[in-house]
Write a protein that binds this ligand. Sequence first.
Ligand SMILES: Cc1cc2nc3c(=O)[nH]c(=O)nc-3n(C[C@H](O)[C@H](O)[C@H](O)COP(=O)(O)O)c2cc1C
Length: 381
Amino acid sequence: MDARGTKAHFLLGPMSLGQIRDSVVGFFYRKLLKPIFFLQDPEKVHDRMVTVGRFLAFSPLTRGLSGLLFGYQHPELEQEITGLRFKNPIGLAAGFDKEAFLPGILPSVGFAFEEAGSITAQPFEGNERPWMWRLPEHQALRINYGLKNSGAVNIHKRLAGQKFGLILGISIAKTNSERTSHLAAGIEDYLASYRMFQDVGDYFTINISCPNTCEAKPIFAEPENLDQLLQKMFILPKHKPVFIKLSPDLPEPQLLGILKLGQKYPVDGFVCTNLTKINSFGHQGKGGFSGKAVAPLADAMIAKVYRFYGGKKIIIGCGGVFSAQDAYKKIRLGASLIQLITGMIFQGPQLVGEINRGLAVLLRRDGFNHIGQAIGADSRV
Ligand SMILES: Cc1cc2nc3c(=O)[nH]c(=O)nc-3n(C[C@H](O)[C@H](O)[C@H](O)COP(=O)(O)O)c2cc1C
């Protein structure tokens, strides 16, 4: 390499080239694709994105090209958690890939893990439409799918025996139907999916916090009901980690009741949090809010859960992550891993690489040489 080339390489460095790539992709997404997407029905755009993802997952060439556009790895971001090796802390939250069509392509986008689902024992065609609204002025979405999915049997059949290049979480929820509104029927419904997915996926998340079901309130967020569910669940042999996904709207005593169950049973951790019902925007209609509506509530809950267990349970932070700073805040409050959806819809798929790259910079800025040192730094007393 000549002197000029060396200098240019030194100035740009491989990291800066990656930053340039992310800026170009992000600019292209925000200025060209997003304005077109945001003129169209959000559900249709979502379905089309999943179709594109399935197509890209199909061949090594398209997977490789996607990897060139999005990937970023750094040893400081790798973690071993509950016996699973996470290449970086960023995962796709439950609800984007309801049918688990995307584990083949998500590693090329830079995700280390995804939570597929939520999957329910019986198929459900979804609540009455519409299911999704964009609230760009609030950097949020309003969601009312109500656990639409084709059911545990169908999804399991398709995934069984496959191997994936990322950590696959299976989010299971109770079928959204009055038939499962009674405690015993509800428990049996969860257990049917739990048993079925023993041989598929790397961890479970028990979703007890969907705000859009036929019940006025999620019944398994009541500690006495959850107690009975966990009792039955943990009688069965435990082959993989189990997380519980919390609502950001839980009143303090209810949250404490749930956290105490985390001491009674071998729960590995908590996903903080699901959508919020708190309508701080004055938006009319059904559904729960994502994005920036959730962020402060999720952050507060991460800190509470971290302090309750003294950092001994794993926290997956979720809600309103639009940047490396947002993710880093959750990590410093106590999250070991981060999930997102809304940030990617508003910022573009390069966000995953941007966050990972930005996290490496923020860790070094604060004198950490591994992400593990930053987890809970702001919640320790
Ligand atoms: C389109 C959509 C569908 C969702 N469906 C589910 C779901 O089925 N199960 C679940 O646990 N959470 C679901 N969620 C909630 C997300 O997993 C996440 O907790 C919430 O959106 C906050 O993260 P975000 O601000 O990064 O989107 C859904 C969210 C969105 C946007």
